[in-house]
Each structure stands twice: as C-alpha cells, then as structure tokens.
Design a protein around this ligand. Structure first.
Ligand code: NAD
Ligand code: 0WE
Length: 263
C-alpha cells in the first residue's frame, strides 16, 4: 500500500548515500511521494544530484541553514516549483565543531561552539518551518532527527546533547503552534548509524557494538528502519500523532543498558 501517493516532500540534509536523509528520501519515494532534496552547498551538489536522479524527478536545492537568505530562497523556489504547496518537511542535519564531540563537556565548552551547534542543529528547524508554513497544504507533517543524548548524558556527545534537548522542545512548541492549522510535528530519535556525521567520532564502533549487545532487538538500526518510521509519521496513519519523539533504536532507550552487560 502506497501511504504517500500524491504527497510532496522536502528532505533537507542530504550528503551521501549513507545519510539518514537519503534513507528517509528513499522510503518516502517508495511510498509514492514526489520529492525535493536539499544539500548544504555546491561542494556536495554533484553527488547529491546523482542521488536525486535515482528518485525519478526529484528536485535538488542548496541551502546553508546558517544563512537566512538561503532559507528564504529555498522557500521561494519551492513555492515556484510546487505551485499549490507541499506536504512534508524532513529536517535531517546537525553540526557542532568537531573538538566539542570528544573529551569532557565542560572542558571543551566555549561560547562560539555552543552558538554554532544551536544555530545549525536547532534554530534551523524552526527557521525552515517558519519559511515553509505558508506553503504547507492541509494535513502536512514536519519531522526532525534526534538522539538519545538529548535525555541522557552520553559520553562525548556533550554540546550536541544540549542542542538535541532544545530541538526536542522545538518539536513540542512547533506542534502547539501549528496544530490548529492541521500541521503535525514529530521527531525520530534514531539509534547510532554509521554516516558522514558519525565517521571519525572516537569510540563510535564501541557504541554500535554496545547497542548490538544490549538493545532488545540485538542489532543496530538500519536506514530502512528509520525510513519506514518516517513514512509512518508523515502519513495519514499518524494522523493523531504530534509533538512526539519516536525512538527508532531497536529498543535501546527502553532498557537499563548497564544491567544487560552479559546478557
Ligand atoms: P550526515 O552527515 O549524512 O548528515 C548531516 C547533514 O547536515 C549533512 O548533509 C550536512 O551537509 C548537513 N549540514 C551541516 N551543516 C549544515 C548547514 N550549515 N546547512 C545545511 N546543512 C548542513 O549525517 P546523519 O547521521 O545522516 O545526520 C542527520 C541527522 O540525524 C542529524 O540531525 C543527526 O544529529 C541525526 N542523527 C544521527 C545519528 C547517527 O548515529 N548518525 C543518530 C541519531 C540522529
Ligand atoms: O548527532 C550526531 C552527530 C552530529 C554531528 C557530527 C559531527 C561530526 C563532524 C555534529 N557535528 C559534527 N561535527 C563534525 O565536525 N549523532 C547522533 C551521531 C553521534 O555523534 C556522537 C555520538 C553519536 C551517536 C558523538 C559522540 C558520541 C556519540
């Protein structure tokens, strides 16, 4: 059954074929959605163009979310290219200066890193939502990506944990704001996946191993797991769901990982 036939979806945050944005775009496409994709800059454009090509007539834009004019321009072009509006906005991007994601939280903390992480990883979701709201058709859905570090102190995740906590609060405030016009807003809190954003993070392999060992499903999440949950949240099947954080993590958040060491 195609859950998103006749729906138009913008997915922001495509870098390569390992991106969660790509997993979600593929799943939305498989369920009949017409797609637009956005990548950060010209540097990523060639690869993104090739990927967009794989999804039929997918449109591709560039938008650096640090720049207000880029966000406005993205919305303007979407309004032109998709007369009559669109239905789904997926926000799948985050950034903190690399040195913030290793070592102690306080030890690495500084004002500039804090501002950068919150600007790119948090503000951008509300900024994109605000710019796109006039274009959203009735029954639209917004979706962003979070991580367990929002609600637990995860070693090395540090500043990104604060940013994700604020992002999750944004989901609730946007849901309250946009609910009366019929727009739903949710997040997927995904288990760890090997992507560009997790490559080179010290100890990432051990994080994956730990999930495989103690998560109820005894495996790591796949891009398909995340894509399927995204299809659900963006479809009519989730018509009564808004303001929620859905864990797509093979159950890891539900258990006391420390107590399952030898399970
Ligand atoms: P990724 O590297 O494929 O995607 C991150 C994207 O952010 C890239 O496309 C990058 O270009 C984009 N980006 C960074 N700064 C930007 C800017 N200024 N303007 C526009 N785009 C910018 O990695 P990913 O793991 O797919 O990350 C996607 C989302 O998933 C992020 O929000 C991340 O926090 C979240 N997430 C990832 C994991 C994981 O383990 N990989 C787990 C849970 C949640
Ligand atoms: O949200 C993330 C990662 C986001 C991220 C990644 C990078 C790497 C490159 C943000 N900024 C940057 N900056 C860079 O320069 N995840 C959920 C993946 C992740 O990152 C971790 C994790 C997990 C899981 C960092 C430490 C510990 C666990």
């Amino acid at each position: 059954m195609k859950l998103l036939a006749g729906r138009r979806a913008l997915v922001v945050g495509l870098a390569n074929q390992r991106s969660i944005a790509w997993g979600i775009a593929r799943a939305l496409h498989a369920h009949g959605a017409e797609l637009a994709l956005s990548c950060q800059d010209e540097r990523l454009r060639k690869r993104a163009e090739r990927l967009a090509g794989e999804l039929g007539a997918a449109r591709l834009y560039c938008c650096d979310v640090r720049r207000d004019e880029d966000v406005q321009e993205l919305a303007r072009r979407l309004g032109e290219d998709w007369k009559g509006g669109f239905d789904v906005l997926v926000h799948s991007l985050a950034f903190a200066p690399r040195e913030q994601l290793q070592g102690g939280y306080l030890e690495r903390l500084d004002r500039e890193g804090f501002q950068t992480a919150h600007d790119i990883s948090v503000y951008s979701f509300s900024a994109l939502a605000g710019a796109c709201v006039p274009l959203l058709r009735p029954g639209a859905a917004l979706l962003t990506l979070s991580y367990l570090g929002a609600e637990r102190a995860v070693p090395n995740y540090n500043l990104m944990g604060l940013a994700k906590a604020s992002l999750e609060a944004s989901v609730r405030y946007l849901a309250a704001d946009l609910g009366p016009r019929g727009t739903r807003v949710n997040a997927i809190s995904a288990g760890p996946v090997r992507t560009l954003a997790s490559a080179g993070i010290g100890g990432f392999r051990q994080i994956l191993e730990r999930v495989r060992k103690v998560a109820p499903l005894r495996r790591n999440v796949s891009l398909e797991d995340i894509g399927n949950a995204a299809v659900f949240l963006c479809s009519e099947l989730a018509s009564g769901v808004t303001g929620q954080i859905l864990y797509v993590d093979c159950g890891y958040q539900a258990v006391d990982a420390g107590a399952w060491n030898d399970a």
